[in-house]
Design a protein around this ligand. Structure first.
Ligand SMILES: Cc1ncc(COP(=O)(O)O)c(C=O)c1O
Length: 359
């Protein structure tokens, strides 16, 4: 199959792996499929588009990515719908976000048509790996790294764009399981003018220590505050956040150091369709404390490709513990259901968020 204008060479593995049995607890990123997609940028052009057996990559030890961190990635999902159709959720969104990131990291952009075609070609080759249980999907991880070997500090002139796939269940250990979040007040994830708004590997490196520390203490993730006032709420390590108050729903406005999440955008669209009072604005820990004390802070949830819509049951900030509503009667659960129903083809895709791999 060729779905676009770029010519792909497909080499199938001679040793396909057994697929996880139905109802296996897939977790997140534990299983990988049989093939990778790769393209090279060299001599001023994208070339050599291949689908190859999953294998180690070979790179010059002086490759720019190892020393100066020119690395961007994306995360998106393919779903198997009830009628057997396989669809990818908003690949053009992820193509655009990666292209935006290449400007900030001074990297070569992957053209949108190549990005989208790569997703379609690879998922098509691996279609039998798309799980069918509701709540499970095939996670797609496109990655772009600078591969030129040199040691003077400058942008790479060669790049590798590769994509791998992983059948996944829910990111946290259960769809309806509420998470416990620690509000980080010492370290920061991103600063004004920094990398926070792009999906740079470096952002995740800088978030690991705080997340690991809080994991030991029983928290699932860390909520990051702004670098300047340490009061303004930004995002969780892998999700954007929404707060449900008595008379208003709020998500932090994109301030240049928050990643503009695709699911955040979908949640905003749906909440507006439902005529709910949703605002994108600055929101602080001081406001959360006040509104919690007045009994107005009802729910909090995170949005993300991996997390879908994840309720927060407990938020810990200094010596304040916010206990929040979770369960089936919440707005987060209603939103989770709506997004899943669209993804699994149970209701019409009224926003054209889905791209079928058979076209
Ligand atoms: C830091 C961060 N914020 C937000 C998100 C949510 O983005 P999206 O909805 O596009 O997956 C993610 C994850 O994927 C993330 O890593």
């Amino acid at each position: 199959m060729s779905t676009g204008t770029n010519q792909f060479t497909i080499t199938k593995t001679s040793k396909p792996l057994p697929k996880p049995a139905p109802n296996t607890a897939l977790g997140f990123g534990k299983y990988f499929t049989d093939h990778l997609a790769t393209s090279d940028f060299a001599d001023g052009k994208w070339q050599n588009h291949r689908i190859i057996p999953y294998s180690n990559l070979s790179m010059d030890p002086a490759a720019c990515v190892f020393h100066y961190g020119q690395a961007l990635f994306e995360g998106l999902k393919a779903f198997r719908q009830k009628n057997g159709k396989i669809v990818i959720f908003r690949p053009e969104f992820n193509a655009a976000r990666m292209a935006f990131g290449t400007q900030r990291l001074c990297m070569q952009a992957v053209p949108k048509d190549l990005f989208v075609q790569t997703m379609l070609e690879l998922v098509n080759v691996e279609r039998d790996w798309v799980p069918s249980e509701r709540g499970s999907s095939l996670y797609i991880r496109p990655t772009l790294v600078g591969t030129e070997g040199f040691l003077g500090v400058r942008p790479s002139e060669r790049y590798l764009f590769f994509t791998l796939l992983s059948p996944v269940g829910s990111y946290y250990s259960g769809n309806s399981k509420a998470v416990r979040i620690w509000v980080e007040t010492e370290q920061i994830r991103a600063a004004p003018g920094g990398l926070g708004a792009v999906k740079a590997a470096a952002n995740y490196a800088s978030s690991l220590a705080a997340a690991a520390e809080q994991k030991k203490r029983g928290y699932d993730q860390v909520l990051w505050l702004d670098a300047v006032t340490k009061d303004q709420i930004e995002e969780v390590g892998t999700m954007n956040v929404f707060f449900v108050f008595k008379n208003e729903i709020v998500t932090p406005s994109l301030n240049g150091s928050i990643l503009a999440g695709g699911v955040r955008e979908c949640a905003l669209t749906i909440l507006r369709e439902w005529n709910l009072p949703i605002t994108e604005r600055k929101i602080t820990m001081s406001e959360l404390k006040d509104r919690y004390a007045r009994g107005e802070f009802l729910e909090m949830f995170g949005t993300g490709t991996a997390a879908v819509i994840t309720p927060v049951g407990e938020l810990q900030y200094k010596d304040h513990t916010f206990k929040l509503n979770t369960g089936t009667e919440t707005l987060s659960n209603k939103l989770y259901e709506e997004i899943c129903q669209i993804q699994y083809g149970e209701i019409p895709d009224r926003h054209q968020w889905l791209m079928a791999i058979d076209r």
